[in-house]
Design a protein. Sequence first.
Length: 94
Amino acid sequence: MDVLQEYPPVVNRSERSRAVKEALRRIPHLPNGAVDWEFDDATLVLRGCVASFHVKQLVQAAALRLPGVNRVVNEIEVDHQRIGPTRSDSRLPS
């Protein structure tokens, strides 16, 4: 038994969901609602569709830094034809 083993911080379900929402909100060029997620213990499963592999990797990297997440399963699909409004485009109507 490794007594120096690190354990993830205990984080409740609502805190984890809030942290995921906040992390996704900060990713540029990620349309609202493009990515769904669910937790399976300390594994975060990501699903959805984004316009580039770069955005897919940004989502995964952000997820790996979240408290209480030990593993990420990235099932996000990339569709280069997908063009949708982003939160940062101020020319779009509200």
